[in-house]
Design a protein around this ligand. Structure first.
Ligand SMILES: [Zn+2]
Length: 195
């Protein structure tokens, strides 16, 4: 497979999601032959940063298979240095031209951050990362959790676009695009966000 540019990659992702929503998933790239082929190297079409939520598996909701997606999943799709390092690796070493940050409806991590209070164990470091999104959402005047989900995607996209040295340089050279999107648990639909 040749390296896709970001627009082609995004179109392929959205086309896969529409197949999935319509109940017409093609389940591509899941044969033993393709497994053997991809064992020799990977050339994923996009990096997806999304939530660990069991209802948001990227390969299923974008109707993709082995070797198609470089996926980073963490509750609340929060960004830290380790997550950023993974995204940089895919951009620099695998030549991935698209990063899609995907939030979703009814996100438990974002709900916990909105509700506040004491988080047990290490969960607090997670909700702490979501605090700026919750603060931004508090002024949005709509459903607080949904507004915080969107704000979290917007803030994460902005952080990734500004991330020195690797991502910001690739973006300036038009070799990388970072976009934000929202997944609806009820309909299965992925909608791009204007962020
Ligand atoms: Zn979630």
């Amino acid at each position: 497979m040749t390296q896709m540019d970001a627009n082609q990659a995004l179109a392929a992702l959205l086309a896969g999601n529409r197949r999935y929503v319509a109940g017409q998933s093609a389940h591509p790239h899941q044969t033993s032959g393709w497994r053997a082929e991809t064992a020799r190297g990977q050339n994923p079409l996009a990096t997806i940063l999304t939530c660990s939520d069991s209802r948001v598996p990227p390969e299923i909701i974008f109707d993709c298979g082995l070797g198609d997606l470089f996926v980073v999943r963490v509750a609340g799709n929060v960004l830290d240095d380790v997550v950023l390092g993974s995204i940089e690796y895919a951009a620099e070493h695998l030549g991935v031209s698209l990063v899609l940050v995907l939030g979703h409806s009814h996100c438990g991590a974002v709900t916990a951050a909105v509700e506040g209070g004491h988080a047990h164990g290490h969960i607090g470091s997670l909700t702490e990362r979501l605090r700026p999104a919750v603060e931004r959402a508090a002024t949005a005047g709509q459903d607080l959790v949904e507004a915080a989900v969107t704000a979290n995607v917007a803030l994460t996209v902005a952080e990734l676009r500004a991330a020195e040295p690797i991502l910001a340089e690739l973006i300036a050279e038009h070799r990388l695009h970072v976009v934000g999107a929202h997944y609806d648990l009820d309909t299965g639909l992925v909608a791009l966000l204007d962020v």
